[in-house]
Design a protein around this ligand. Structure first.
Ligand SMILES: Cc1ncc(COP(=O)(O)O)c(C=O)c1O
Length: 470
């Protein structure tokens, strides 16, 4: 992910600005040898500039030896003495901790989407894995089926019906390596150069990249505090989308929950356009003020490709996710999965099946939900206490992060660098914006993997830095 911004007001050509941004990132070691730059097409679309601007900037960097290009496989940061020397200089110049003998203050990282890693149920999970190792037939250690283990998919279909109102038979499920692989498979099956995808704006930058890499054009649909605004959906039959992508339970990053009226409008839109809805339900289990909202899939199983993940409710390190597909798409996705990585780890799938079947997952979710509720309260109370009327908070009713803005602050690279230098890390909403320039006042503050003490300390560090700007 490469965060870049250009300023049309600057008295410097767009080509020069882009060239300078990338060159600086290389010189500062932010991107290093072998790093693949975005394609000219995707970067041009992201920055809303003509492709020529990117081509010319890349050409200049190529000519000066900062980057290399291999026919057909893109542009990469070049290797070479100059960069290595620079890295050495940078290392030598790194500031030493001021208080010799004392540990440097570790950075408090408010990264979103990371669950409480210290709470992972190691003992119970270990028992499940041990059981699989002892009891599974020898075939479990061989090659499996691309769609995954029938035992797990059977248990999962019942869990999804119970918890999310998802209507499916076990054979409609394809297990994946996290939601991210589910998204890549969707791109592989449904997108090709010239395809169109209608997406919430802002939305996870990596997801935009996955769809753009398949050659798709993204039509941004602005969101408000309740998610996608249906009136903003382009309706021209000339650009029928392959699908509309939504995170309706908990819009990422702004945090809205799509109301039922909009869900119905969305289904009508998909029917009129004869396209699919991709419903990414990445962290829907964590709702703090009301019961989780049923999936859109349950309302229109023939139109919806549903994505789920165990990254937020259990651990991103497991890399376990899944797709629930309309019957007509199942075969294509089984093939796509097979030709991607054959199948997801059989042993992990079987362990997960036992973990859900024996009720450990639901018990664990209810335990961590209480913890997240406390952390969320600690964070929002601390922000309101310290910043009063000057802070505005979005999306606090669900998930593992909030979005906040602070009166008078428009965030730039310099702001994030200053925060980092003061031991606290926040994340820009703008990084996830498709149309740039509308969310520079907002930051994402994740609280899943930070303790209450870190939250208190983090907010006081924010205050000391923000005081300079407010
Ligand atoms: C909206 C959304 N969907 C999916 C994912 C990816 O999750 P996974 O770890 O299952 O690949 C993310 C990442 O945090 C996300 O923000």
């Amino acid at each position: 992910m490469l965060w870049m911004s250009i300023d049309r007001e600057k008295p410097m050509s767009l080509i020069r600005q882009l060239y300078t941004e990338i060159r600086t990132k290389i010189l500062q070691g932010e991107i290093t040898t072998g790093y693949k730059l975005p394609s000219t097409r995707s970067l041009a679309a992201e920055l809303q500039v003509s492709r020529n601007v990117v081509v010319e900037a890349y050409d200049q960097l190529l000519a000066e030896g900062y980057i290399e290009s291999t026919q057909g496989s893109g542009y990469f940061v070049a290797s070479g003495i100059y960069l290595e020397q620079h890295a050495r200089i940078r290392k030598q110049a790194e500031p030493q901790p001021q208080n010799i003998g004392e540990e440097a203050e570790p950075c408090i990282d408010f990264r979103s989407g990371v669950p409480a890693l210290e709470l992972f149920p190691r003992t119970v999970w270990g028992k499940m894995v041990q059981r699989v190792c002892q009891e599974a037939p020898a075939s479990a250690f061989g090659y499996g089926r691309p769609e995954g283990q029938p035992e797990l998919r059977e248990v999962l279909s019942r869990y999804l019906y119970r918890m999310r109102g998802v209507q499916c038979e076990p054979w409609q499920i394809v297990m994946t390596s996290g939601a991210t692989q589910a998204l890549s498979l969707i791109a592989k099956v449904l997108l090709f150069p010239g395809s169109t995808v209608q997406m919430e704006d802002p939305i996870t930058h990596d997801i935009q990249t996955i769809f753009r890499s398949a050659g798709a054009t993204i039509q941004p649909v602005a969101t408000d505090a309740h998610g996608m605004v249906m009136e903003n959906l382009p309706k021209s039959p000339l650009t029928t989308p392959s699908f509309v992508f939504v995170t309706p339970s908990h819009q990422f990053p702004l945090g809205g929950t799509l109301p039922i009226q909009r869900r119905i409008q969305l289904i009508q839109h998909a029917r009129e356009m004869d396209c699919y809805i991709v419903e990414d339900d990445y962290d829907s289990e964590f709702r703090y003020e009301s019961a989780p909202i049923s999936s859109i899939q349950g309302l229109a199983p023939d139109r919806v490709i549903y994505i789920g993940s165990f990254s937020k409710i259990l651990s991103p390190g497991l890399r376990l996710g899944y797709l629930v597909l309309p019957p007509s798409l199942v075969k294509a996705y089984q093939e796509a999965k097979w030709f991607t990585d054959l199948h997801t780890s059989t042993l992990d799938q079987l362990a997960l099946g036992h973990f859900i079947e024996e009720g450990h997952l639901e018990k664990y979710i209810s335990r961590v939900k209480k913890l997240y509720k406390k952390r969320r309260k600690c964070l929002t109370d601390a922000l309101r206490q310290v910043f009063g009327e000057q802070v505005c908070i979005w999306g606090e009713s669900a998930g593992l992060h909030i979005v906040a803005s602070f009166a008078g602050i428009t965030f730039t690279h310099e702001h994030f660098a200053a925060l980092e230098a003061n031991g606290v890390r926040l994340y820009p909403v703008e990084e996830h914006a498709i149309l740039k320039g509308r969310h520079e006042d907002k930051v994402i503050i994740g609280y899943g993997n930070v303790s209450e003490e870190q939250i208190q300390e983090g907010v006081s560090r924010l205050k000391s830095v923000f005081d300079r700007w407010m």
